[in-house]
Design a protein around this ligand. Structure first.
Ligand SMILES: Cc1cc2nc3c(=O)[nH]c(=O)nc-3n(C[C@H](O)[C@H](O)[C@H](O)COP(=O)(O)OP(=O)(O)OC[C@H]3O[C@@H](n4cnc5c(N)ncnc54)[C@H](O)[C@@H]3O)c2cc1C
Length: 403
């Protein structure tokens, strides 16, 4: 059996290795259009590669995918986080878990992951053809045969696994649409919000647990928000960008973000804290009166925004000023104008529609002998190792060549 794997990324390597594990006699060729394989693995997670996330419960794990939850819930029953950990361990790579659940190689070096995949491919006799872009897949003359066009040359194979990753333009999927597959329009996911001109950017580096909402929508997320020199970032913002990838794309990334900087506490709750702490606060200057334990630079910034002088005794701060401050703490509004790519991890939402792929086998329901895995599918996760986990899972399943 001749098997072609198209795309030398995480999913492609896992798929090719799984083919050899389940069909040792198969001849496997991995076609990679660029001059090197595993580029994203190498740069991932800031060069550390966030391989997966320490989440062992399948239902819970699947909830981290804005696109693909139901599909992956089925796929994870055959290969999930424990299998990833074991797979790498068997190949000499130990993973460690950070306090937020993200898992990295203990070396903190993505080369450990790339190296393990390359060594395994070499040991399994997988042929890697670099500079080999596939532009077409067609049915072959025989009943089972498939013909690939690789750099303009026709190559006959028996099975094909497509692992070409995401593409920002719909045209990047035209050759798959030609096979009868529906392509869900690609849009970016995992980005940060730009707020040009807003003085909050002076607080760059300050991070707070916050709730972020997109005005006029149901989009909401809770999590750390990091103020940067261009706007808002951090897991809370990235999560919102993932869940809102389509809605925010439709606004052309111009919308109002409402930030509650006090972990979602209501105006009344904050007012009550001010009342309860009044005796202590009244003895202090406004700049020293924070009863909420916020970073000092941030508290001072919000005081100034509310028109309260930093050296004014808190007892002299009038009700109108306090109300303004409470408003800026619980419902701070920012005009978002544009997005910035999050360098540590970004993905494409959209791709091959999941209704046309069997989640138990990754087999195409449109083209016999064709399988898909990885980001080429309409699957994407929030940041934290979930995107690679989807690539490992779908790659491993596709390589069984079932269905
Ligand atoms: C900067 C960055 C950091 C990231 N960090 C993390 C992280 O730490 N943790 C995490 O979980 N996720 C991370 N991600 C997301 C993760 O890298 C992807 O979800 C994952 O790489 C998808 O794997 P894939 O194999 O499906 O696609 P890819 O890794 O994109 O691989 C696809 C391959 O196919 C090749 N190809 C494309 N078309 C053709 C063709 N027609 N013929 C032949 N070859 C072709 C491409 O050149 C590429 O090598 C990161 C992404 C980026 C961009």
């Amino acid at each position: 059996m001749r098997v072609a794997v198209i795309g030398g990324g995480a999913a492609g390597f896992f798929a090719a290795l799984s083919v050899k594990e389940h069909h040792p006699d198969a001849t496997v060729t991995l076609y990679e259009k660029s001059s090197k394989v595993l580029s994203k693995v190498r740069i991932s997670g800031g060069g550390r590669c966030n391989v997966t996330h320490h989440c062992r419960e399948i239902r819970k794990l699947a909830k981290h995918y804005p696109r693909g939850e139901v599909f992956l819930r089925k796929a994870f029953t055959s290969f999930a986080v424990d299998d990833t950990i074991a797979w790498f361990k068997e190949r000499g790579v130990e993973l460690k878990t950070e306090p937020d659940g993200r898992m990295f190689p203990i070396t903190d070096d993505s080369e450990s992951i790339a190296g393990a995949l390359l060594n395994a491919a070499s040991a399994a006799d997988i042929r890697i053809d670099l500079g080999s872009g596939v532009t077409a897949i067609q049915r072959g003359p025989g009943p089972e045969g498939i013909v690939l066009t690789v750099n303009g040359q026709e190559i006959r194979v028996d099975r094909v696994i497509v692992t070409t990753g995401g593409h920002p333009q719909p045209t990047g999927y035209a050759w798959l649409a030609a096979l009868g597959h529906t392509i869900v329009r690609p849009v970016p996911s995992l980005f940060t919000f730009n707020i040009p001109g807003d003085p909050i950017r002076e607080l760059m580096g300050v991070a707070l647990p916050a709730r972020v909402r997109v005005a006029g929508t149901k989009l909401e997320s809770m999590g750390p928000v990091l103020i940067t020199h261009w706007g808002l970032s951090g897991p809370g913002v990235l999560r919102l960008s993932a869940w809102g990838a389509r809605e925010l794309n439709a606004t052309d990334y111009r919308f109002t973000a409402q930030v509650n900087w006090v972990q979602g506490r209501s105006e009344d709750e904050v007012r009550n804290v001010f009342v309860e702490q009044a005796a202590v606060m009244d003895r202090k200057l406004a700049q020293n009166a924070d009863p909420l334990g916020l970073p000092k630079r941030f508290w001072n910034h919000q005081l100034a925004k509310a028109g309260i002088q930093l050296d004014k005794p808190w007892g002299q701060v009038v009700k109108k000023e306090r109300n303004r401050l409470i408003d800026f703490l619980t419902n701070d509004r920012f005009q978002i104008q544009g997005k910035t790519t999050f360098k540590e991890e970004f993905v494409t939402a959209g791709g091959v529609a999941l209704e046309e792929v069997d989640p138990h086998t990754m087999h195409s329901q449109k083209f016999p002998g064709l399988y898909f895995a990885g980001e080429v599918l309409d699957i994407d996760g929030i940041t934290g190792g979930f995107n690679f986990q989807a690539a490992w899972t779908t790659g491993h399943i596709a390589g069984r060549l079932e269905g």
